[in-house]
Write a protein that binds this ligand. Sequence first.
Ligand code: 5GP
Ligand code: MG
Length: 180
Amino acid sequence: MKPDLEKIVLSAEQIASRNQEVAQEIDVHYQDCERDILLITLLDGAIVFTADLIRNLNVPLHLDCIRVSSYGNSTNPETAPRILGTLKSDVKDKHVLLVDDILDTGNTMKKVYNEVVKKEPASLKTCVFLDKPERRQNDFQADWSGFNIPDEFVVGYGLDYAGRYRQLPYLATLKPSVYS
Ligand code: 5GP
Ligand code: MG
C-alpha cells in the first residue's frame, strides 16, 4: 500500500490532537443541554473519524448512521448524492449533530441537512473532519471542522479511493499512477 502514496497530508498524531480540540468545543456547546444528543454519522467515509471523535466527547449521546453515496470509482462526484436507507432514530425534538468525513462541493451535507431539518430536530449542527473550501458549490458551512485542506484528492482515516485505503491511520495523497 505504501508505494501507492505520494505524500502524507496529516499524520496520525496531528489528527488525534485536533480531534481532542474539536471534541472539547462540541462538549462546551452542548454543556447545558438537558437531553442526550443524537449524533448521526454519514457512512462510509466518516466511520473512522466518528469512532475517534465520540471517544473524546463527554456529552451523553446516541449514535445513528445514514449511508450516503456520491462517488463511484472516481475522484469526482458521479451524480447528486443519494441517501441510502433510513435512520433508526426519531429525530423530532432531538439535538442532532451530523458528522461527515469531508465537506467538498458541500452537496452531500446540504442534502442530508435539508432532509434532517424536515424531521424537526430541536437543533441541528454539523461537524466534518476535513473541509475543502475551494471546491464548494453552495453556501454550506460546517459548525466544526478539523482541518481545511487544499483541492487535492486525499485518502486514509476513513476516506477511500475505489474502496481502498480507508484503513490508513493518517491522511495521504496517491501517486498519479494509481489513478491510471
Ligand atoms: P461533497 O458532496 O461535499 O462534494 O462530497 C462529499 C463526499 O465526497 C465526502 O463525504 C467524501 O466521501 C467524498 N470526497 C470528497 N472529497 C474527497 C477526497 O479528497 N477524498 C475522498 N476519498 N473522498 C472525497
Ligand atoms: Mg462521504
